[in-house]
Design a protein around this ligand. Structure first.
Ligand code: FEO
Ligand code: CA
Ligand code: CA
Length: 631
């Protein structure tokens, strides 16, 4: 069936007499129409839809499978910092043999960098701190034997490779560089002391023999993406913590909550529990409940203790997108990256104090958590849209009480997934990053993929339209009254990824803003720049074959949110995931994370030494003419 035959004109197309050819290039046309308030399709919008976005000032580049960074003509990149680099001048050097100790790793840049935020020094445009997540590690390169950890010391080294790195950067001779001797350089890793706060702090389910009060925990790990608060702190999000636990009792039976959070006796990827009892569910079951939180860090106070903010709920947190209501309360949008899990929103009880940043110290401890429910939408194959609502997750409301198994609000937060199921939230295709447009307040969320949606019995439709979704999509919503306090919103799919070379037409070929030139799979990282360009990073199938033929390595694209046009801006090296993004204040420098190059071998990025090891790195992208990135 040809595209033309399959396509039925929509009301909107009939209204303006758009041809299919026009619609194919139109991208998220209806989204553009919605954005403009319904009265629309001006010549300029149609011109933009024709592939001539004036917001995107660079030519899209081809897919690539090389072990290098590909960029448009006129752009260049360099390395800011790589895994293992000592944070201080007298620190232990990176040892590519894998023989470096845990103690060494605790004072070196962590592994697998992911989300990151830049914090400029007030009044100094050439100095900033960066807080950077170190999500996980790869035993292939971490240990000399390249296999599972074999001792408590090796577990400690893995824990040291994860967490967060805070470092100073300075612009010297026009180029942003890592400052190795800064007093702000700091590691917060899997054994660092961290406090609990908020409604679940001190709860029975958080108490362990090492912490009988349930108020202090060792470590943060599996730190995926991030958030940056308006009061100058960093939020790091604990994602795949469930992988870190196992049981020395192979017959251990888990309760419903443990099962829902993925507890299994055999920790198939990490095996820490065999050498560190903290991760043994047989002897320390509550340690499991002490991870899966959002952690707040003050990068400007190297002595400060990070805090796990329990009011934001416990799940496999991807990132934390912060904005505010029209009357000044903080709003945090968050995704739970698991097949069939949910999208959440937290609204603070108190207003943000913009005059006195320190007054917001405990702002994220008091507020209301909500979960999203989406309707089935209009069923449009190319560009579905519909309505949604936020359901409150508060003990005593919406059926969340003793009758559904919740004794108190702390339990609602510790088992947020179960509470969200009670209110019949919509099971999503793995929510990853969420960002809020600085231009119009619309919220965008990557739904990275979900190949088992149908198989696992999750309803197909609405914002999750595919039974076997190997490509992913980007969802967006606009809150009613353009106020993030609103309990209702209108949603649409900004892009449905696909491969038009392999599959004709939607859904597998992708929505009409996906072409043979810009195709990609598994959108994950997202960021808006101040001009309103939407940057999209991928963490997908890099086989370059079958459903993914022609897509090459993981990449970063840039979209015009109004016209829907998407262009490929960067391609990463072999085996990497592109994740983590921030901008210098003048937007003439962009920092991008290259995570796990050579995940399965085959890469020596970035040094390209003979037989060298690949190293996760933060790269610095600039223009040869010194211009604004993407313009
Ligand atoms: Fe760490 Fe869902 O990505
Ligand atoms: Ca991710
Ligand atoms: Ca991902």
């Amino acid at each position: 069936m040809s595209l033309l035959e399959e396509h039925q004109p929509t009301d909107l197309e009939q209204m303006v007499g758009l041809s299919r050819r026009g619609f194919i290039s139109a991208g998220a046309l209806c989204g553009a129409a919605m954005f403009l308030g319904g009265n629309l399709l001006s010549r300029s919008v149609l011109a933009a839809n024709a592939g001539t976005s004036t917001l995107l000032g660079f030519p899209g580049i081809p897919a690539a499978t090389t072990d290098s960074i590909s960029l448009p003509p006129g752009y260049k990149s360099s390395v800011l910092i790589s895994w293992g680099q000592p944070l201080h001048k007298n620190g232990p050097a990176f040892d590519p043999s894998g023989n470096g100790s845990a103690e060494h790793q605790e004072v070196q840049f962590g592994d697998h960098n992911d989300g990151m935020s830049l914090f400029p020094f007030p009044g100094d445009k050439n100095r900033a701190l960066m807080a950077i997540n170190n999500e996980y590690t790869n035993y292939r390169y971490l240990y000399p034997h390249g296999g599972m950890p074999q001792s408590a010391e090796e577990v400690r080294k893995a824990l040291a490779a994860e967490g967060v790195t805070v470092l100073e950067v300075q612009r010297k001779n026009g180029h942003w560089q890592f400052v190795q001797d800064s007093r702000y350089n700091r590691r917060i890793h899997g054994n660092s002391p961290i406090a609990f706060s908020g409604p679940a702090a001190g709860h029975e389910l958080l108490k362990t023999s090492a912490d009988p009060h349930g108020k202090n925990v060792l470590g943060t790990f599996q730190n995926c993406a991030n958030g940056k608060t308006p009061w100058g702190t960093y939020l790091t999000c604990e994602e795949n913590f469930t992988d870190c636990f196992g049981s020395t009792n192979a017959e251990q039976k888990f309760d419903a909550a443990q099962k829902r959070y993925g507890a299994v006796a055999t920790s198939k990827e990490i095996n820490w529990h065999q050498h560190d009892a903290r991760f043994d569910l047989a002897t320390n079951p509550n340690e499991f409940n002490r991870h899966g939180w959002v952690v707040e860090i003050d990068p400007f106070d190297p002595q400060s203790t990070p805090v796990k903010r329990t009011a934001l709920g416990r799940f496999k947190h991807e990132n934390a997108a912060i904005t505010q209501t029209s009357d000044g309360h903080a709003v945090v949008y968050m995704g739970d990256d698991e097949r069939g899990e949910f999208i959440y929103k937290f609204v603070s009880r108190d207003k943000i104090n913009h005059q006195n940043p320190k007054a917001n110290r405990d702002l994220l401890d008091h507020g209301t958590l909500y979960v999203a429910r989406f309707d089935a939408g209009d069923g449009n194959a190319d560009h579905p849209k519909g309505q949604g609502e936020w359901i409150e997750l508060t003990h005593g409301k919406n059926g969340i009480d003793a009758s559904s198994g919740f004794a108190d609000q702390a339990q609602v937060l510790i088992h947020a997934r179960l509470a969200a199921s009670v209110v019949k939230a919509t099971r999503m295709d793995r929510p990853e990053w969420i960002v809020v447009s600085p231009k119009d307040g619309q919220v965008y969320c990557t739904l990275t993929n979900n190949a088992k949606r149908g198989e696992e019995g999750q309803p197909v439709g609405g914002p999750n339209p595919r039974e076997k979704n190997v490509y992913g999509q980007i969802l967006r919503w606009r809150t009613d009254r353009d106020d993030h306090s609103s309990h209702t919103f209108a949603w649409d799919l900004f892009v449905v990824a696909g491969n038009p070379n392999v599959h004709a037409g939607t859904p597998k070929g992708g929505s009409s803003n996906v072409t043979a030139q810009n195709m990609f799979n598994s959108p994950d990282g997202l960021a808006f720049d101040e001009a309103g360009r939407l940057w999209i990073q991928t963490d997908g199938d890099v086989s370059n074959a079958g459903d993914f033929a022609g897509m090459g390595n993981n990449q970063m694209l840039c979209a015009d949110p109004v016209s829907g046009e998407i262009r490929r801006f960067m391609v990463g090296p072999i085996g990497c995931e592109v994740t983590g993004i921030s901008f210098a204040p003048d937007h003439k420098t962009m920092f991008v994370g290259i995570q796990h190059p050579g995940e399965l071998g085959g890469s020596t990025f970035p040094e390209h030494l003979p037989n060298g090891k690949p190293r996760s790195s933060v790269i610095v992208i600039t223009r040869e003419d010194g211009g604004i990135i993407g313009a």
